[in-house]
Design a protein around this ligand. Structure first.
Ligand code: S3P
Length: 448
């Protein structure tokens, strides 16, 4: 698979222990939404703590292409001067969303009820991912989509001129689909009702309420029923983006499996729709504590302290927890290799349509590193070998997937022989400071 640039082969070597404080970057999900919602209100939205990874920078460029002014101060504060609900301008070039499924799906939703036409593309990974899950329900608003076979990018969306509100039950557990529909619903007169059977991350709902939209969530036997009243006057906001629990996962997991480690990861959001990994690690026996628990901006936040945990045990991860840790299964599978006993992960079909087929990518690399993995369509099982008994020593393919590349780097920190990836460049999409941050804690990551 080819990406944007030159591949960066990397290797990770065993270390004596990770120590220190890991200030991970801003939350990717909230960063995308801050830019998009900022672009959908009239006036200035100010954002601090924005993740300056490639995915989010691509979304900033897309908002500029659609008429918003997006600027950055030298101190890293961002300003978005938005165009208002329904006010997007037609981009005069193809919009390139790079590697980002969240970026492209949310932006397609946001523009689908504006009278403009836009063509979207991405890298080889994004252009192989399914878009019909978003464009099928966007058609109900009156938008049209023409893409490649199988609903793949590049794809052109013709926004609805006279959008009608929609009632829709999302058939897959996906915050991206839910969010695309809610953003589309903003410019449809009347109430758009989106039902999700399983709770997925709820940042869009929280942020829409914060921007002044009328939005309610009712928990029913059918799932969460979210009702949004269209055509609100969104009010610009001042947003402090919390740090990303999905990025925190890497130093936390690395500390848990690396002898002598003691790492503090401050200010991590513990929104229950995101924090499933930390619950799972604790159930496996990880020495992971929440310090200084507090509320910030309506979200539960804590400083995470992770220490080396030699007696991890494999567990069965409850399938109903999957949505709350969907991005964390790759690095969990690494921790599972160092546990005693099998870790069983079920109900995770969505992992097959992420930036890569994450079950296949991790299973192949783990097997090459001497770990037994079984897998089926929506499940996989890692046979833990216990601490000190994971061979490593292979070069694994990252498949243009940042989380696969970082997971194998974590594996190398505690395996008996170094672990390499063919291309670490995708790490810059979500965690551009990963190498520096991990090296600062004591990791030994080398570029070939
Ligand atoms: C995201 C939702 C999830 C997640 C992705 C970010 C979001 O994708 O994997 O990294 O910000 O809404 P799905 O909605 O496809 O599960």
């Amino acid at each position: 698979m080819s990406g944007h640039g030159t591949p960066i082969p990397m290797s990770s070597h065993a270390v004596a222990g990770l120590k220190g404080t890991a200030n991970v970057p801003g939350d990717k999900s909230i960063s995308h939404r801050s830019l998009i919602l900022g672009a959908m209100c009239v006036g200035e939205t100010t954002i601090t703590g924005l993740l300056e990874g490639e995915d989010v920078l691509d979304t900033a460029n897309a908002m500029r292409a659609m008429g918003a002014e997006v600027t950055r101060d030298d101190d890293g504060t961002w300003h978005v001067y938005g165009v208002g609900v329904g006010g997007f301008a037609e981009p005069d070039q193809v919009v390139d969303c790079g590697n980002s499924g969240t970026g492209v799906r949310l932006i397609m939703g946001a523009m689908a009820t504006s009278p403009i036409t836009a063509t979207f593309t991405g890298d080889a990974s994004l252009n192989s991912r399914p878009m019909a899950r978003v464009t099928d329900p966007l058609a109900l608003f009156g938008a049209q989509a023409v893409g490649r076979a199988g609903g793949r990018l590049p794809m052109t969306i013709v926004g609805a001129r006279d959008p009608i509100p929609v009632r829709y039950t999302v058939p897959v557990p996906s915050a991206q689909v839910k969010s695309a529909l809610l953003l589309a619903g903003l410019n449809a007169r009347g109430q758009t009702v989106v039902t999700e059977r399983e709770a997925t991350r709820d940042h869009t709902e929280r942020m829409l309420a914060g921007f002044g939209a009328t939005i309610t969530t009712e928990v029913t036997n059918d799932g969460r029923v979210i009702t949004l009243t269209g055509q609100p006057e969104l009010r610009p906001q001042t947003i402090a983006v919390p740090r990303d629990p999905s990025s925190a996962a890497f130093p936390v997991c690395a500390a848990v499996i690396t002898e002598g480690s003691d790492v503090l990861v401050p200010n991590i959001g513990l929104n229950p729709t995101r924090a499933g990994l930390f619950t799972t690690l604790r159930e496996m026996g990880a020495d992971l504590t929440y310090e200084n628990q507090r509320e910030e901006g309506g979200e539960p936040v804590a400083d995470l302290r992770a220490r080396f945990s030699p007696d991890l045990k494999g567990i069965e991860v409850p399938p109903d927890r999957a949505a709350s840790m969907i991005d964390e299964y790759p690095v969990l599978s690494v921790v599972a290799a160092f546990a005693k006993g099998r870790t069983v992960m079920r109900g995770v079909k969505e992992l097959r349509v992420k930036e890569s087929d994450r079950i296949d990518a991790m299973a192949t690399g783990l097997r090459a590193c001497g770990v037994t993995v079984e897998d089926g369509e929506d499940w996989w099982i890692v046979e833990g070998r216990g601490f000190g008994d994971v061979p490593g020593g292979a070069t694994c393919a990252s498949h243009l997937d940042h989380r696969i590349a970082m997971s194998f780097m974590v594996l190398g920190m505690a395996a008996n022989a170094p672990v390499s990836v063919d291309d670490g460049s995708p790490i810059a999409t979500s965690f551009p400071i990963f190498e520096d941050l991990m090296t600062g804690l004591g990791a030994d990551i080398r570029r070939a």
